[in-house]
Design a protein around this ligand. Structure first.
Ligand SMILES: Cc1cc2nc3c(=O)[nH]c(=O)nc-3n(C[C@H](O)[C@H](O)[C@H](O)COP(=O)(O)OP(=O)(O)OC[C@H]3O[C@@H](n4cnc5c(N)ncnc54)[C@H](O)[C@@H]3O)c2cc1C
Length: 394
């Protein structure tokens, strides 16, 4: 039986319902700027230099890209964005996007901040998840050594134990408040160490439902097998598997390292192979929905649509609490708002932090939205279509 389409991503009136005309013009300006490779390169380089020279550009950045991609400079300041999204059924995931000091004190600070996001989620209506990046709470070098099973000296053993304690503190609080927590995925040379910790946390806190979610990067050739193995582990030890599926953000870095160090690239050889793996992973999660809760972390229209079709085929309600769709704030509103409108569970990662500190995050968004083949990005086309529609000329 053919499943009936339940959602369309083409209606820009739905996509940008929460944006004023001024906000649309700003979005048009930002995406037009970053769309051109050379303008984008000059602009991002100028920002780097200006910040390094401590020139007063923060307020300009705050009023433009920061405003578009971030929720505010502190948890409290994200509340108006979160309330606005909530009016349209789109939830918020507070993402402390500061790539801070790599010291024990810095790691403790990120843990404390993550605990504060859980408190905030507990007190708010539409903040259903919390999230953290493992290298925010522990050293990447140490995780790499753990993964390689290199011998650790006494200090390193103590530092590793502190990573585990920080992660446990976060997951314990998430469990106490019943606010699921997403563990972001990182580079392959530390990801197995992260997976081990994530499995330990899931076994401890996912006994009644998925509270801890590990992330599976489907651009990695091993990830489908890892997903199946994680499911097997969850079945054997009788806990629930929380699986956030993403394609993966570090492709160039992964390939460059593999080449430089002369080992086979862990990444699928083509985009099509990554897409297939991602969609198979979605199907695997839905096939095993009795034990798996899934978050589709993607801006890919086909994958999001495919998940709605899988749900329909399995006779699941749109609002089934085991299935979540998530996109980044400031991107792919056509997916988020269209899904939310017909009752799916949708959330936006809403980054926050001081302007200067979230700059690496903003620069990554700029490069991600730069046109490679000279054509306008999908994002820019949708923004322009909506501006034309509002002027009444479509
Ligand atoms: C809510 C959310 C949470 C996220 N969390 C994480 C996280 O924890 N860890 C993380 O690493 N990323 C994370 N990401 C980023 C994500 O991994 C992707 O980089 C990004 O979303 C683009 O992929 P896509 O599915 O949106 O869409 P698409 O634009 O369809 O896919 C682009 C992706 O496909 C893959 N790809 C592109 N070209 C090739 C090629 N030639 N060969 C093989 N593969 C290719 C790459 O992964 C690339 O990023 C997250 C994204 C979202 C929306």
């Amino acid at each position: 039986m053919e499943a009936k389409p339940t959602v369309s991503f083409e209606d820009t009136a739905v996509a940008f319902c929460y944006k004023s005309d001024a906000a649309m013009r700003k979005a048009n300006f930002i995406f037009s700027l970053v769309n051109h490779p050379w303008i984008s390169a000059i602009a991002t380089q100028s920002v780097r230099v200006a910040l390094w020279l401590r020139l007063p550009v923060e307020s300009l950045i705050r009023r433009t890209v920061f405003d578009h991609f971030c929720g505010g400079e502190s948890i409290q300041k994200t509340s108006s964005v979160s309330a606005l999204l909530g009016q349209y059924g789109v939830n918020t995931i507070l993402d402390y996007s500061v790539e801070g000091a790599k010291s024990e004190a810095g790691f403790d600070y990120v843990m404390e901040e993550t605990l504060r996001t859980i408190e905030q989620a507990h007190n708010a209506d539409n903040v259903p998840f919390s999230v953290f990046k493992p290298t925010g709470i522990g050293s990447a070098e140490l995780l790499e050594k753990v993964q390689k099973k290199s011998p650790l000296d006494a200090n390193e053993k103590a530092s590793y134990e502190r990573i585990r304690i920080r992660m446990d503190n976060i997951c314990k609080r998430a469990h106490q408040y019943q606010i699921p927590v997403l563990i972001d995925a990182e580079e392959s040379w530390i990801q197995e160490a992260i997976d081990c910790l994530a499995n330990e946390m899931m076994a401890r806190y996912n006994t009644r439902k998925a509270i801890v979610f590990n992330t599976f990067q489907m651009y990695r050739e091993v990830s489908l097998r890892n997903l199946r193995d994680s499911h097997h582990l969850a079945t054997m030890h009788n806990y629930f598997l929380g699986a956030k599926l993403v394609r993966g953000a570090y492709m160039e870095k992964e390939r460059a390292r593999a080449e430089a160090m002369d080992y086979p690239s862990p990444i699928h050889p083509t985009k099509e192979a990554t897409d297939n793996a991602f969609n198979q992973a979605l199907a695997f999660c839905i096939d095993n929905k009795q034990r798996v809760s899934v978050m589709c972390g993607s801006h890919n229209e086909y994958s999001n649509y495919y998940l709605t079709v899988l749900m329909e085929k399995h006779s699941m309600k749109n609002a089934d609490e085991r299935v979540w769709f998530a996109q980044l704030y400031g991107m792919s509103d056509n997916i988020s708002f269209s899904l939310a409108k017909v009752g799916y569970r949708v959330a936006k990662y809403v980054p926050y932090g001081p302007v200067r500190a979230v700059m690496p995050y903003l620069l990554r968004r700029a490069s991600e939205n730069t046109s490679v083949a000279g054509q306008s990005s999908r994002e820019l086309m949708l923004i322009r279509k909506e501006i034309r529609r509002r002027k009444g000329s479509t």
